[in-house]
Design a protein around this ligand. Structure first.
Ligand code: PXP
Length: 270
């Protein structure tokens, strides 16, 4: 039975396209991947149309727009060319991300505080077109406040540093930063999503962070799909996400450590 408290899952299928582009062939089929994720219960499909087109292609965005039944979330840099495609393909949501040509993946969050004037017309154009805007941000209060100032209804907190921190103090510090950022966004009426580097192993630790709505997960799901199939990989993750203690984090901004011990207590409960 579906737990309505569960975290929602956006499945990023970029790396299905990576496999296709590695050979320049027509398979694996992105639409089949999207359908498998949806059949497993995913709440949305995410793709990143990078300026270098290393995985997702323009035609993929249009084809997905016509095929998926959940939500299409398009990740994109603040570039006029990609903005034009977004306005014409009309995804349900756009997540604005920073982009560097040489990076293996999106390495940091957008510097919304520094780029606020450059972001303003893009956020306005997308919003006017009825596309929900999210900003991919490091868990930094200045960035959250810039997102609210831009009128973005949603932020996605970058969990890469959390994922790379390993066990111990580094991870607790990252959880404290994520918690403070989530608390501030929530207080400002901004929806809190999160993503990057999340796996079946590290995602439960993130349950210490309050106010989370949706996690966007890609690489680890596509990697797991090699062994169990995409539908099963998505099902496994969704089952884990059912354990999120929504609404049970307390009302005030706690530290990551306090929240984490509370999560473990709630996971132990029958
Ligand atoms: N969210 C954003 C904004 C991203 O750029 C990415 C990577 O494309 C993800 C989530 C998914 O990260 P991962 O592939 O590490 O799960």
């Amino acid at each position: 039975m579906t737990n309505t408290n569960s975290l929602r899952l956006g499945v990023n299928i970029d790396h299905v396209a990576t496999l296709r582009q590695a050979r320049g062939v027509g398979y694996p089929d992105l639409l089949e991947a999207a359908r498998a994720a949806e059949a497993a219960g995913a709440h949305g499909i995410t793709v990143h149309l990078r300026e270098d087109r290393r995985h997702i292609q323009d035609a993929d965005v249009y084809a997905l727009r016509g095929a998926i039944r959940t939500l299409l979330n398009l990740e994109m840099a603040n570039s006029p060319e990609i903005l034009g495609i977004a306005l014409s393909a009309h995804p349900d949501e756009v997540c604005l991300v920073p982009e560097k040509r040489q990076e293996l993946t999106t390495e940091g969050g957008l510097d919304a505080a520094a780029e606020i004037e450059a972001l303003r017309p893009t956020v306005r154009a997308l919003t006017d077109a009825g596309i929900r805007v999210s900003l991919f941000l490091d868990p930094d209060l200045r960035q959250i406040e810039a997102a609210a100032e831009l009128g973005a209804p949603c932020v996605e907190l970058h969990t890469g540093a959390y994922a790379e921190a390993g066990e111990g103090k580094g991870r607790a510090d990252e959880l404290a930063r994520l918690t403070a950022a989530a608390d501030r966004a929530h207080a400002l009426g901004v929806q809190v999503n999160a993503g990057h580097g999340l796996t079946m192993d590290n995602v439960v630790g993130l349950f210490a962070v309050p106010h989370l709505d949706t996690l966007n997960i890609g690489h680890s799901l596509v990697a797991r799909a090699v062994f169990v199939g995409l539908e099963n990989a998505v099902r496994e993750m969704l089952e884990i996400l059912q354990g999120y203690p929504r609404g049970a984090h307390g009302s005030s901004a706690g530290t990551g450590r306090e929240s984490l011990s509370m999560v473990f207590r709630s996971l132990d409960a029958p």
